[in-house]
Design a protein. Structure first.
Ligand SMILES: [Zn+2]
Length: 250
């Protein structure tokens, strides 16, 4: 049975509108920057949402308020590098005590206004993921599938639920996007986050990202993936986000 066709799933790089939701400034870029650049270049409406201000994303004596301001400027530069013109910041405190429900409450109006075909975020079900912002944000995005399909969210006609959800940094990826031609923009966007990546480790990390992207291309793109670079995702229909144990292996 072609479950993907049955569930109305299509290739991630063929959507006309996409919302990318990241816990911190830089997660989208690392997880899906090539896909964002590819979609933006194709004329897809790409909107980025950043949930927290990233104020605690450093060690040492940095002042949190100053780091949050710096990261905001870095984020703007990263969006520019990817060709992403629309960006929303929720401004929750990094590692703060906000709840998953608080993120849902902010996301629902954004979704209803923009009506993206796909919502992309970090996978909160990847084993060993320990960061509370990643867990809360990933789950909040997925919860929107349930909320939008219920009477808790009054809707006009036609009612809206995103057609697809895609999760990056997933241990259960089931697809990949060829981003070879947009890899340089992804790297440029990551490097715009100087507070995070202007470090002695960056050259090794960059090489690792590229190695991972080659592996993803070989695994998911078949023969066409040889020598290419890809970003892997777990792509699910909203139906698979509730009472659907096979989602993990789909
Ligand atoms: Zn993060």
């Amino acid at each position: 049975m072609d479950l993907r066709a049955l569930l109305g799933l299509k290739a991630l790089d063929e959507v006309g509108s996409a919302l990318f939701v990241q816990p911190h400034p830089d997660d989208n870029e690392v997880g899906a920057g090539g896909t964002m650049a590819k979609l933006a270049a194709k004329g897809c409406r790409v909107v980025s949402v950043t949930v927290t201000d990233g104020r605690y994303g450093a060690m040492g004596g940095t002042e949190p308020e100053a780091l949050a301001r710096r990261r905001q400027a870095e984020l703007e530069a990263a969006c520019k590098a990817l060709g992403v013109r629309e960006h929303i910041e929720f401004g929750f405190e990094d590692l703060g005590s906000y709840a998953e429900e608080d993120v849902v409450a902010r996301l629902i109006p954004v979704l209803l206004e923009l009506r993206p075909e796909v919502v992309v975020t970090v996978d909160p079900w990847t084993p060993y993921e320990a960061h509370p912002d990643h867990l809360k944000v990933g789950r909040a995005v997925a919860q929107c599938a349930v909320r939008l399909a219920s009477l808790t969210v009054p809707q006009g006609s036609p009612p809206y639920v995103p057609r697809m959800f895609a999760f990056y940094a997933s241990a259960f990826a089931n697809t990949a996007v060829d981003v070879t031609d947009h890899w340089a923009y992804k790297i440029q966007a990551i490097e715009a986050h100087r507070s995070q990546f202007d470090t002695p480790e960056w050259p090794a990390l960059k090489a690792y990202f590229e190695y991972e992207a080659r592996q993803a291309a070989e695994r998911w793109l078949g023969n066409a993936g040889n020598g290419r670079l890809a970003e892997a995702f777990k792509l699910l229909s909203p139906r698979q986000l509730h009472f659907f144990p096979q989602a993990m292996s789909s």
